[in-house]
Design a binder for this molecule. Structure first.
Ligand SMILES: [Zn+2]
Length: 381
């Protein structure tokens, strides 16, 4: 049995000041859902009185990289710590396409036209491609030293993809000229120059990390007969492969309460826009989670684990679950932008408590980064 989230009892909205795009404009977005958005923790399934730790387990351990895994370098000649990402992994609103919602499956490193673009790890050039969206791109196949479990399967390889290049050079040029060659490439070897080819408006590298299959879920859906159609979304947050765990949990603060709407702010290091997970639960006066008709009142968004999303349907691939046939539709889009203030990466969250049951006396809010560093606060209602 799976438990369905009671979305009508607790709705979460994320609101992000768009300092980089439209100063002063707030995007009112929300993340709700029932349907596929069930509680993933089996501890609650046959447990009539789940505790807080039962319903909000750590999501750490999504991917266990081999102990000898060498973290990826950046694709440009700068340390990651010297770069402010212009967009991070996860849901966002895409200004270049009339604010269409978009699951950004990579991170964006801004740079200058003609900057050297480097292989982020040793491997073999797998494919050079030119598409309307990504422009000129280089995909590299890299071995794991030992198999890695992901999406219920064991994988021996991962892939890096760098798009929007201005040109390809060295082994990437050789591959472009002879697509069966798949030449070896060393970590840090130049493969091209930075640009803005494809659907973008500024010079940057869009970087993706794909585990186990070179093909995006979009491609797999469109080409189900392809050998690369493995039936799962291979993308993970590239920072998991690029940056050692900083050990810092996101900070959570209550900013303002306006009637039944509680606004909180989640803060992470600006150099590491590593926010991954938000979970909320209503608690009774004993500090126990509240259940209604056997369903724990609980909300969860997990970007890397694709919880709270509809990743299996190409039509809604890029959106969070926004409706369910049996439940009223709430305008529901979860979004984040790299909004930076005083060197911090900020996410504003609005939580509407207007339908909270009378026995609810507090709200537990749990925020977690991609490494599982987490923090919880309890807000008295
Ligand atoms: Zn991008």
């Amino acid at each position: 049995m799976t438990r369905c989230i009671k979305k009508n009892l607790l709705s979460i909205s994320l609101t992000l000041p768009l300092g980089l795009i439209a100063a002063g404009l707030l995007w009112q977005v929300g993340a709700t859902g029932c349907g596929n958005s069930t509680i993933s923790n089996p501890n609650t399934e046959n447990n009539p009185n789940p505790t807080v730790s039962d319903i909000i387990p750590s999501a750490a351990g999504l991917i266990a990289l081999p102990n000898d895994f060498t973290l990826l370098g950046t694709s440009v000649e700068r340390d990651l710590s010297a770069i402010t990402l212009s967009s991070t992994f996860g849901p966002r609103l895409k200004s270049s396409e009339q604010f269409r919602n978009d699951f950004h499956r990579g991170i964006d490193l801004p740079g200058n036209l003609g900057d050297k673009v480097l292989a982020m790890a040793a491997g073999n050039i797998d494919k050079i491609d030119t598409t309307t969206e990504g422009g000129l791109s280089v995909r590299i196949k890299h071995p794991f030293s030992s198999p890695v479990q992901f999406q219920g399967k064991s994988h021996t390889h991962y892939y890096t993809l760098i798009t929007h290049l201005d040109s390809v050079t060295g082994p990437a040029l050789a591959e472009q000229n002879q697509p069966d060659l798949e030449p070896a490439v060393a970590a840090g070897e130049q493969i091209g120059t930075l640009g803005q080819s494809g659907s973008t408006t500024f010079n940057h590298n869009h970087i993706e990390v794909r585990i186990g299959t070179p093909c995006s879920l979009e491609f797999q859906k469109a080409n189900p007969e392809s050998s690369c159609a493995q039936g799962f979304d291979p993308h993970v947050h590239p920072l998991l492969f690029m940056q050692a765990d900083d050990g810092l949990a996101p900070a959570i603060e209550e900013v303002v309460r306006n009637g039944n709407v509680l606004r909180i702010r989640i803060t992470t290091n600006a150099q590491l826009p590593d926010f991954n997970r938000l979970a909320c639960a209503l608690l009774d006066s004993n500090g126990d989670p509240i259940s209604i008709n056997g369903d724990v009142v609980f909300k969860e968004i997990d970007i890397n684990a694709r919880i709270g999303y509809q990743p299996g349907d190409i039509d809604t691939l890029d959106t969070l679950i926004s409706s369910d046939g049996s439940i009223e539709t709430i305008p529901a889009v979860f979004s984040q932008q790299t909004y930076i203030d005083n060197g911090k990466y900020l996410i504003h969250v609005e939580i509407d408590l207007s339908d909270a049951p009378a026995e609810a006396t507090s709200l537990l809010i749990h925020a977690e980064d991609i490494w599982g560093n987490s923090r919880q606060i309890t807000s008295t209602l």
